[in-house]
Design a protein around this ligand. Sequence first.
Ligand code: G3I
Ligand code: 9MR
Ligand code: ZN
Length: 539
Amino acid sequence: MEQEIRKTIVVNQLGYRTTDSKIAVISGESRSFRLINKTTGEAVWEGLTGTAREDASSGLTVCRADFSDWKLAGVYSLETDGGQSSDLFVIGEDVYEAAHQALLKAFYFFRCGIDLEETYAGEWKHGKCHLTPAIVYGEDERRVDAWGGWHDAGDYGKYVGPGAKAVADLLLAYEYYPDAFTKAVPLPETDGVMPDALHECRYELEWMQRMQDTESGGVFHKLTTLRFPAPDTMPEEDNDELYVSPVSATATGCYAAIMAMAARVYEPFDQAFASGCLSASERAWEWLVRHPEYPCFRNPPEIVTGEYGDKQDADERYWAAAELYRTTGEERYHTAFRQLAELAFDKCELGWADMGGYGTISYLLSERETNSDLAEQLRTGLLSRAEQLAAVCRQDGFGISLRPEQYIWGSNMLVLNQAMLLLLADRVAQTTAYENLALDHIHYLFGRNAVGMSYVTGFGSRPVRHPHHRPSEGDGVDEPVPGLVSGGPNLGLQDEYAREHLKGRAPAAAFADVMESYSTNEVTIYWNSPAVFVLSHFV
Ligand code: G3I
Ligand code: 9MR
Ligand code: ZN
């Protein structure tokens, strides 16, 4: 079924907190609207929308209905005289709690190598998978037993770079918003001592440690079968031979970074684990020092799973140096950081390819002595990036920071990364200037968007129901695994379905809730992780 473009009233389908600003987006020219209390049927608020504007990303004429002053908790909908109506939504105090919890729980559902038991997984339980040691690609004899970790996405590959981004977001969320992580998920490891978010990340970190080449200290880029299994294959049925692809500088760089970060975060809970992470990081750093120039990772010819190629490794090295300096205080890492900072790469990005933002944040928020000129330069760069994003938000019909050309594969990662960057800028500047703009991105994610859908499975009145996620397709359960963030609109038309059905769509409407459309509707760990970070601010 093709995704309709909803020329109606779109809202955050989870709702709005009582004291937050409350804005719905209405298609068409300016008009009057009513807020209806669904319990009494009464219109409790009447207003006029703001002036209409052309929204370049969605191709729609839209206006905004602002009912922020209405602060009474309840269940509501919006209507206009023209017969438009919104989905039901809640005004209340804790409208985002359950979604936050489910977005975190999703990582448990991505786990590889153990039975997902009914106690934790409910009807989405399934057997253990991918336990055969992997062949080291290009070597005759060697196998690596890198079981565990999280499946990357709708496929069952496990890739180091994307894993590092996901863990970084979760650890940052925990570091900045510890109060958002006091409740148990629960997980098999829940012990009431270490927060579940850290238990969950540890599951991935331990897998990553198995991916470090014991011989060189470099880190294998990924662990996958040669090709993707059929779309309804359950994890435990995917029994093709596993391969680890060669070591890459990008994987080794972000591994050094995430292990140094983990050493710091886990230290209060488990010193042995923390110090293991630090030695793993230092070994990876030594590899990087021994290989100052290293070719970009390309898929070996027989391996056609996700490539996660990345032309530049300076940003991963920069992040690693920042974390190692912050964790150890050793001057050699500070020197390396200062040198790497002189190279030309984006110092604000938080993606799986461009990781400079993590290095910048780590340096700016470090307790160590920092170079004041460099810190000032990085701070100015971050704040001016935030200001640019804010300027786009003010123009955008749906209030978010994406320009039309940014609706690419995984556009929802950009939505969430940019919201995350706005919150990080606030933290660095010690202001709350961007809080509302960040929240607008959450409203977009949960339904206030061109297709009127909640991009998170199981949440909202019109959630994604057919994500490109093999377990959701193959498990025989009607509803998909809950709490998964879909990739979102992609103007690139990069799968058969999209080419056939989405041609001519405006960028923000180039989305289809069908399993076939992996370039618009897949799910990944690193689209969930920035969602956890951003929502942690609002719970
Ligand atoms: O960076 C360019 C940008 O400069 C340009 O303007 C834009 C317009 O096309 O494209 C941008 O590059 C895109 C890139 O993602 C950006 O991250 C590419 O077009 C796009 O093809 C690429 O998509 C990646 C996709 O794999 C295909 O390689 C996604 O980011 C990435 O999330 C996705 O990852 C897959 C794994 O390979 C396998 N597992 C599932 C996972 C999710 O779909
Ligand atoms: O299922 C695969 C998905 O996880 C990847 O992101 C995507 C792009 O690499 O590829 C999907 O696999 C498709 C393959 O590339 C082409 N044949 C159809 C497969 C999906 O059923
Ligand atoms: Zn598995």
